[in-house]
Design a protein around this ligand. Structure first.
Ligand code: MBD
Ligand code: FE
Length: 282
């Protein structure tokens, strides 16, 4: 069996760009709002250039690097790592339910539909690791169970690879669309992912290295929880005490999103987590 040392930029960044491009997103932004935001953005660049007396060699390296980010398909990766956490924060200020977190570049809709008590699709290699059981209930803000709520779960494997972004994995490995029971309850068996390293061989990784930063995210589960007329929750769950929890390159951890699984008699790591959904706001 071959082991792959690092996720490659070619295998992950580009795939994220291709998937994103297909969706054709739009937004309702007035010319006035666009002008105001763009004016301040360029004023910010202007202030930085003046303050640091940016040189022509630095300007040309920046230009080439921006070209490389696009050609390498790494805009989704770069933006989700360094920018999305603020977008998530300003758009969840009014919400009272379960805390959200960034979506990141690796969500794929249409994962296999699974019943409320289920095991995510996984390989024999994955099955060799201790089982992680995540269970709980999806409710509204008054704790009424939301029967038939949908939990989409996606996460990396024990080596930090995501299916559809690493060519050696089956298409839907460690991805599922779980339908809760009539009380909104669920019990999903999976494995605990490893910490995730941003691909180091592309422009995002080169920049992180050149700046002397580190490319790590703590181990995390991605979730998207939906129910008609409720605000969808996109979030991540982390593991208390895990590496990089307090130093996530994507600045996307929150204390409310830490799990502390406990071993049961069968050697499984078991943890409860409930999701509370706000009424739909936007
Ligand atoms: C990830 O797995 C992730 O969650 C984010 C936000 C960025 C890159 C890879
Ligand atoms: Fe992730």
């Amino acid at each position: 069996m071959t082991t792959i040392e690092n996720p490659t930029a070619a295998g992950s960044g580009t795939a994220a760009t291709d998937k994103f491009k297909g969706a054709k997103f739009t937004a309702e932004t007035t010319p006035e709002r666009l002008s105001a935001i763009a004016t301040e953005a360029f004023a910010g660049f202007s202030a930085l250039i003046q303050k640091h007396a940016i040189t022509y060699p630095e300007y040309r390296v920046l230009k080439q690097w921006l070209i490389d980010v696009g050609e390498g398909g790494e805009w989704p990766l770069l933006l989700d790592v360094f920018v999305e956490h603020d977008i998530e924060e300003v758009n969840s200020r009014q919400l009272e339910g379960t805390k959200g977190s960034i979506e990141g570049p690796y969500y794929v809709p249409g994962a296999p539909v699974l019943p409320a008590r289920c095991t995510l699709p996984m390989r024999d290699e994955d099955r060799a690791h201790p089982a992680l059981v995540l269970r709980g209930q999806v409710t509204d803000l008054r704790s009424n169970g939301l029967g038939g709520a949908v939990i989409e779960l996606w996460h990396a494997d024990d080596e930090g690879f995501y299916s559809q972004f690493a060519p050696h994995l089956p298409e839907w490995n460690l991805r599922g669309t779980v339908v809760t029971d009539s009380d909104g309850r669920y019990e999903i068996t999976t494995i605990q992912p490893a910490p995730y390293q941003i691909p180091t061989d592309g422009p995002t990784g080169q920049f992180i290295e050149a700046a002397g930063w580190h490319p790590w995210r703590p181990a995390h589960l991605h979730l998207r929880v939906t129910f008609p007329d409720k605000q969808p929750i996109i979030t991540q769950l982390y593991f208390a005490g895990g590496e990089w929890i307090d130093d996530d390159v994507a600045s996307a951890t929150k204390p409310e999103l830490l799990l502390d699984p406990q071993l049961d008699e069968q050697g499984r790591k078991v943890v409860d987590y409930d999701f509370k959904l706000d009424p739909a706001l936007y």
